[in-house]
Structures are given as C-alpha cells and as structure tokens.
Design a binder for this molecule. Structure first.
Ligand SMILES: C[S@@+](CC[C@H](N)C(=O)[O-])C[C@H]1O[C@@H](n2cnc3c(N)ncnc32)[C@H](O)[C@@H]1O
Length: 305
C-alpha cells in the first residue's frame, strides 16, 4: 500500500488531495466520506486497517523496512476481504469491462494477438451455442451480459450478479437485442432457491479460490434438475489475454488488476487445468464432465447431472 497525495477514491471514484503528508486517506486511497463509512463495509474496513498499519510503520521510521507478509490466502479473513475487493473492482470496471472482449484501448494487443483472440471468442460462442442448454437457465456472476443474449434465445433466462452496475449494462444489451431475462442482484454463493435445467458461468470459476472449488461445484449441482447442464467458459493464462500492464501468473492465486484510471485492486484468479476441473466436477456428483481449450485463451467446460 503506497501513500498517494492525490488519487481517485478506490470505492466511490471521487478525486481527493490529502492535506498532510501522513493523512490516513493517502494510505488507504479512500476519500474522507468513505473512510467515515468504513464500519459498514468490509472493503473499506480492510483498506483502513491496512492504511493504519502502513502509516504506523512509516511514522516509526520503518517505511523502508519490508512490509509484514500478507496472511496466507487460506485465511478466511483475507479471502473475505478479497471477495469484497473483487466486487468493488467489478463494480468500478463495469463501464470498461467490454473493452476486454472487444480488444479496445488498453486491451488491444496488436493485430496478430487480437485476431487470435477473436477467433477463440468465435470458437467459444459456437461451442456454447451447440450445447443442450434449454428450459430454465440461470447465469451466475453474469456481469455485463456478454453471453446473456445467446442464452436468452435458448430458454427462460435469469441473470444474477453481486453488482448492480454490470447488470445495468446487461439489461441494455438484452433490450437492444429485443430479448428478455430476469435480472437480479444475487451472490453466486447464495444457495439455490429452485431447480433449473441449466447453469452457466462466464469467467467466474477462475475467481473461485482453490479451497472453495468443491463447495462451489456442489452448489451448482444443487441448482440443477436431473439431466441438467452446467456450462462455463473461463480463462487460460495466455500473456496477451489482458491489458499490457496486467501480468498473468498461472502460479499465484491472487492477481492485481488496474482500471483505466489507475485504481488498483486484487482479485482471486485461478487458471484451472482441464483435467483438474473434470475430476472436481465428477467428485461434485456430475455424471459427465468435459473440459477442453480453445487454441490460446479459453477453457470451455460442460457437465451433465
Ligand atoms: C470476470 S466477470 C465475468 C462477467 C461475465 N460472466 C462474463 O463472462 O463476461 C466476474 C463477475 O462476477 C461478479 N461477482 C464478483 N463477486 C461475485 C459474487 N460473490 N457473486 C456474484 N457475482 C460476483 C462481478 O461483479 C463480475 O460481474
């Protein structure tokens, strides 16, 4: 956590300039209003706690000393903080999220890589279109609804996300295509409230921490009727998958993500291997499981109950 004299608040985006060189706001990169609300919000509380520790170290003349090691990701507290931080990241990124799909701005990686990206995206779309997804369909962590238009044409679709901002984009997208879906804020970890015929997740399994994969797949299994289908698309660790300033690490479970305005967040990002996902799906009670890859960028997985 570095001290910044001027910054855009990590939570609400308001520009702020500190009044003194040891202002807590400068360490937390939160505006005074958000610092004041830290008691009611896990992400703000986490930033404030870390800022207090950082400022104490700096004031004690220890600024140049190595910061204390972060607790292991296995720690429930850090996992909870990361989950809140990840939600904040995607809420703030909603307006620029589709730039990633469309290879716009920071996500444009040159004609050769972008061509390969588009070919893989086409392959993923054709693959999803060909799956036996029909009836009542639930899309978890649906984001801006990139895949929702395809799914909405196949059955009665409900799209859920923990953040309102990406769902607003999804609503606009569906309306523009003359399509309908039930759109609600809902945590992907919430217990199912009914049985459905298909569950889809785009780029969500990679945000499930390793230690919680079995738990999440069990939850998906509980959503599904006998004969139901679980389908997902996710990331492979290609170095040209994200923005140029966003290094890809297949070893680390926590990655750093930067927005166009420079704000930085940490997210869980696990690059699963097809065979480990297939084994985990079978262990979760799916009768069949098939996970394959596109040529460079994506994992394509489906499993039947
Ligand atoms: C990588 S994006 C994927 C969006 C979309 N599925 C797609 O394929 O383009 C991850 C999404 O997960 C959402 N999210 C983060 N934490 C969540 C949670 N606990 N429950 C539901 N959605 C969550 C974010 O708001 C974001 O829209």
């Amino acid at each position: 956590m570095v001290f910044r004299a001027t910054f855009d608040c990590l939570w609400c985006g308001t520009p702020h300039a500190v009044r003194a060189p040891d202002d807590l706001e400068g360490y937390a990169q939160l505006c005074p209003a958000c610092v004041g609300r830290a008691g009611e919000n896990g992400f703000l509380r986490f930033r404030l706690k870390a800022a207090l520790a950082e400022r104490s170290a700096a004031l004690a003349g220890q600024a140049s000393v190595e910061p204390p090691p972060e607790p292991a990701l296995g720690s429930a507290a850090l996992a909870e903080d990361l989950s809140v931080e990840m939600q904040a990241y995607y809420a703030a990124r909603a307006a620029e999220y589709d730039d990633w799909y469309l290879r716009r701005g920071r996500y444009s990686r040159g004609p050769v890589h972008d061509l390969a990206w588009n070919a893989d995206l086409d392959a993923a779309t054709l693959w999803l279109d060909g799956l036996p997804v029909r009836g009542e369909i639930v899309e978890l962590a649906a984001g801006t609804g990139w895949w929702s238009t395809l799914l909405a044409g196949k059955g009665v679709l409900s799209i859920y996300d923990v953040n309102e901002a990406p769902l607003d984009r999804a609503r606009e997208r569906l309306l523009a295509h003359g399509l309908r879906a039930h759109i609600h804020v809902r945590d992907a970890w919430a217990e199912p409230d009914r049985l459905v015929d298909a569950v889809f997740c785009g780029f969500w399994l990679s945000h499930v921490p390793r230690r919680r994969l079995a738990e999440f797949l069990g939850l998906v299994r509980r959503w599904l009727r006998p004969g139901g289908t679980f389908a997902f698309i996710d990331s492979r660790p290609d170095p040209h998958s994200g923005a140029a300033d966003q290094p890809v690490s297949a070893e680390e479970e926590v990655s750093s993500r930067r927005l166009a305005d420079g704000r930085e967040f940490r997210v869980v990002k696990v690059y699963w291997q097809p065979d480990e996902l297939e084994a985990a799906l079978r262990a979760a009670g799916f009768a069949t499981a098939e996970v394959r890859t596109t040529s460079r960028f994506f994992l394509l997985g489906s499993a039947r109950v």
